[in-house]
Every structure is written in C-alpha cells, then in structure tokens.
Ligand binder design. Sequence first.
Ligand SMILES: Cc1cc2nc3c(=O)[nH]c(=O)nc-3n(C[C@H](O)[C@H](O)[C@H](O)COP(=O)(O)OP(=O)(O)OC[C@H]3O[C@@H](n4cnc5c(N)ncnc54)[C@H](O)[C@@H]3O)c2cc1C
Length: 441
Amino acid sequence: MPAPLRFIQSTPTLPTEADAVVIGGGIIGTFTAYYLAQRGLNVALLEKGVVGGEQSSRNWGWCRQQNRDERELPLATKALDLWEQFGIESGQETGFRRCGLLYVSNNDKEIETWARWGEYARSVGVKTRMLNSEEASNKGSFTGQRWKGGVHSESDGIANPALAVPAVAQALMALGGTVHQACAARGIETTGGAVSAVVTEKGTIRTPLVIQAGGAWASSFCRQLGIRFPQASVRQTILSVGTGPLTLPDAFVSDSVSITARGEGCHTLAISGRGKVDPTAQLLRFPAQFLPMFIKRWRKLSPGGLEGLRSGHEAYLRWRLDRPTPMEVMRILDPTPDAKSVRLTHRRAAALIPALGSAPVVASWAGYIDSTPDGVPVIGGVANISGLILAAGFSGHGFGIGPGAAHLVADIATGQDPIVDPHPYRLSRFDRGEKIEVSEF
Ligand SMILES: Cc1cc2nc3c(=O)[nH]c(=O)nc-3n(C[C@H](O)[C@H](O)[C@H](O)COP(=O)(O)OP(=O)(O)OC[C@H]3O[C@@H](n4cnc5c(N)ncnc54)[C@H](O)[C@@H]3O)c2cc1C
C-alpha cells in the first residue's frame, strides 16, 4: 500500500494567463502558490500527478529546528510559526502540533555533536535541552532501556504528510488560486531573456513569473533551459504500523529506529539516513560535487538498482514541448520500498518496544529524497532568465521548513523584505570551483 494521502478536486479549466505559475504541487510549490495568492496574485499551480503525491506525503512529518544546519536554521524557526499561523488563518487541518521531539543515544560522539549544536542553537533563541542519562532514560522509558543522553527539542513538532499539502491547496483555491492536477509543465517560453509563458500538456499559460518547485524533477527540467542544477536523489523506505491502544511518543528517534505518530491509530517507523542510491544518468553528471556528501553519509547509504533509471526523473534527455515528456509517463514517483529495510526497521522497533513486534504493518512505501551537494536547498532566481525562481533540493528537510521556504520564495518573487537572508540558498554556490560545505546532519 502506498503512503496515505487525502485527494482533492482540481480546478476545472486551465487559465490562459496568470500573474504567476508554480510548477510542482509538493509542500514547497503549494505553500508558495498560497503565499503569492495571499498577496493578491492570480496564481496557477501545476502538478503532473496529484498534489502531495511525491516526497511531501512520504516523509516522517517532522517539523524541526533540532540539528538543522546553521544556514537552514533561520528558515526552520520561521516555518514553525508559519505552520501554526496557516492553521489559524485558513481553518485547514494539517495535523501540525508542537509536540516536541525526543532524541536518545548511547553514542558519546553523537551526544557531543548534539551538545555543540545546542549551544549554538540556544544562542539564537531555539528551545532545545540536552538530557543527561537519567533524564534520557526517564523520557525514553517506553523503550525499557537506559540511555547515555539525549535531547528534547520542545518547540519543534510534527504535521501529517497525508493532510498537509491538500490542506494548503484547498486554502489556495479559497483565495482564488487554481490547482491543476494531472497537468505537467513541459517547459517555459522566454521573450528577451524573460519568462513569458509556461507550456503544459493541456495548453499554454502566459505569465511573467514561474516558480520551479518540481522536487526530484527540477534538475532535468532546468537542464532543458540550460540551467545547471546539481541534484541527486536517495531512495528511502518507511512503514506504517497500526498502534491503536499503545501509548507511544509522538516523535522519537534513536540510531536504530524513529517512531512518529501519523494519525488514524498509526505510527510510522524508519531508520534515519538509511537509503539506496540508484545509479542514474544525472548522478553520473555531478559525481565530483556529490562525492563529499556521499563520503560523509556512506555508512547509511548503499547502491540501489535500476529503479531510478526506469523512473525517468533523472534521465539525461532533451524533450520537446509538443510531445509527451517523461513527467507524463511517470505521474507519481512511487519507488518500491526496500523489503529488507522494512523487515529490519520493524525488527529494530520491536527490539526497543516489544509491543511493536505484533503491531500490524499497515503500509510501506519509499520516496526519492532530492538532495543538493551540500544538503541545503536552492531558493532563488537563476542567471539569464528573469522571472524564473528555483526552489528545490530540499535534501530531506523540505517538509518541516516548507512554509518558511515558500514564504521566502514569495518574498523574492514580489520584491518584499525576505523573511530570512536568501544568500545561503543561491544556486551560484555550486558554480565550478566553489568550495562545497556539506551540512553536518
Ligand atoms: C522517507 C522520507 C522521509 C522524510 N522525512 C522528512 C521529515 O521528517 N521532515 C522534513 O522536513 N522532510 C522530510 N523529508 C523530505 C521532504 O519530504 C521533502 O524535502 C519535501 O517534501 C520536498 O518538497 P517539494 O515540494 O520540494 O517536493 P515534492 O513533494 O517531491 O513535490 C514536487 C512535486 O512536483 C511535481 N512535478 C515535478 N515536475 C513537474 C512538472 N514539470 N510539472 C508539474 N508537476 C511537476 C511532482 O509530481 C511532485 O508532486 C523526507 C522525505 C522522505 C522521502
């Protein structure tokens, strides 16, 4: 069974013009369209499959500042407030709540890293508290184990990935924006170096402003426009178990397994960082830039199979705008979950909490996490095409920081004061010859 997701109706007709067109109905594109509509723009959101169908419904749902890279932390902090604000102003249910996140560990090095991060984070106002062995063991008493230490990040929280993007899309439509599912953007037309239209499989929309928020598809789309965007994806597996009457934490992570409340009597289980790297044509395009990242994460990554090649999101194709593109062949990236990971994750969860051993597996799925070489997203304009903004490469963090990132995109697009400094997210940091600083987490 795939990841649970609430489905919504599309707007019946595609407009012929719009103030802005957003490509990609994940958390980033949908929140961006919402913030643009709030500012009075006439916005069309294009989604080749269903809104939320790819990474944004397949994740753990963690909305955290904890262990965020210094470059991303300001966005994460703003995003938490925006999650709350969205629920209040729209009346839509995303499942967001500041339940706090609990980390426990028996690894001294890991605990030291958390402590170092915590010192910095508290200096910029983040509420995070190191737990000594006694406190970590008490808070993690449901595991029946003693822990050397831990962290409680009390102002962080979770939202429900099955609900969040559809909720934002509904709110967008309530503001007059339009949502077009099963409608791939094939490409962009420019006039005099500026965006003039988006060509979709269902017609052309004239517009001066385009946001490319296509997640794992963004690099291949950019390549059609001569834009070099280094992006690679990692396939991660996750499962959901029925936990009905069990008393479990909302959000817990240890080195062996993570446990997150998902709603409807279920919790998701996963292994942090574990994933498969499927070889693709695109991966071979940026080997040098991704090498530092893969070296840093090699313990948890292993080579995958041909799944990534077949999916087409990282193909090295040039496509035409008057013919179906790979995005119309693969409406929803729904990679096969790794059966070994499913078994291992369930086993590890049962080792920590024996009652989880008999909790039935309700669903298991996988998602392609789109990453940049440094693990920090790209948010900003691109050289040579004015009116085009890229927002992709969220590197496994985009759900939680989604509203913050989308607000920043809307700020850049409308020339308002940016919610945070956009400099760390510029695409040009990946120009050849620039040093790549890989995020520690
Ligand atoms: C297993 C897993 C666990 C994760 N856990 C967390 C977590 O706990 N917290 C967290 O913050 N993040 C987490 N993430 C990462 C997070 O899910 C992503 O960073 C985030 O969802 C990215 O959002 P997005 O909108 O950029 O991309 P997506 O959600 O992938 O959306 C992009 C959309 O664009 C559409 N699209 C692409 N090209 C086109 C086109 N040309 N025309 C029309 N539509 C197009 C696609 O169909 C897709 O729906 C996790 C990811 C996975 C897979």
